[in-house]
Design a protein around this ligand. Sequence first.
Ligand code: ADP
Ligand code: MG
Length: 312
Amino acid sequence: MKRLSDIGEFGLIEKISKKFESDDKIYKGIGDDCAVLENQGEYTLMTTDMLVEGDHFNLDWQTPWQIGWKSIIVNISDIAAMGGLPKWCLVSIAFSSDVKVEFAENIFDGMAEASKKHGMAIIGGDTTHGDLLTINVAVIGKVEKENLCMRSDAEIGDVICVSGDLGKSWAGLELLRAGKRGYTDYYLQPSCRLQTARKIAPHVNAMIDVSDGLSSEVRHICDESEVGAEVEKEKVPISDKTRKTGKKLGIDPLKWALHGGEDFELVFTIPTERLPLIEEENPIVVGKIIEEGMYLINGQKKELGEGYDHFN
Ligand code: ADP
Ligand code: MG
């Protein structure tokens, strides 16, 4: 009998998506960073993400404030990826009974700070018992029709861009796993690209945020847009700090950029002639959309490979 590790996170999502019916208010159900609902000339965005102790965070490394902060950022990043603005949010949380009240409050302080910074209100949730600290955040956002950016809108000939350097989060995680010190700030307390997303949204074709690594995100764009992609190895932006961490640990940082995740940068496609319109946001061109296949170009063509999968 097959197990989840055999089919992976996305194999399961594909099966789930066949079980649910759509209706004419649902502009997009499963398959993008947010669900999109049609609402009198505007779109409502809905997204949710769950963080589980030991898998998404480790209490030895992260403060409760940082865990709360991150639980909000990962969701706002999905709203940003659609070109929208976060508005309201519901927080569900499972605590074990021996958790200190101050610890619990600190989680919510981190959540409150991240929400306030991005103009979002926490309007409710659920609190229950669980042996592992588990946090689920659901965010509702809005986007004007002309700003909606889907994974499915890439066009052949578009360039593929990223909004900033990649691999920085995974670099920090690997340092912490190895019990070493160094550049761990970004992993522990990431930011997301809401402002950039709002500025580029009117001009780009497809957009997605980086939660599972560049190769995974490019693959999602290709699958949903029914196109292919070429990414140039030399153009993938990796900061000096991330490279230094790679050296320290004996790991090629390109692996973190392509197959790691949690950078919460944006990956988007745009026709070359529109690039000057978003110049101020410093887009970094890493490749182009082609008819089919997914390749990493480094002198020769190689398959781009997979991103991070929670079951593998
Ligand atoms: P992201 O990394 O942007 O948060 P995911 O990879 O988690 O996106 O999800 C991809 C798509 O699958 C989204 O449209 C999401 O709503 C959907 N999805 C994921 N898990 C489930 C689930 N358990 N039930 C229904 N839809 C799901
Ligand atoms: Mg996403």
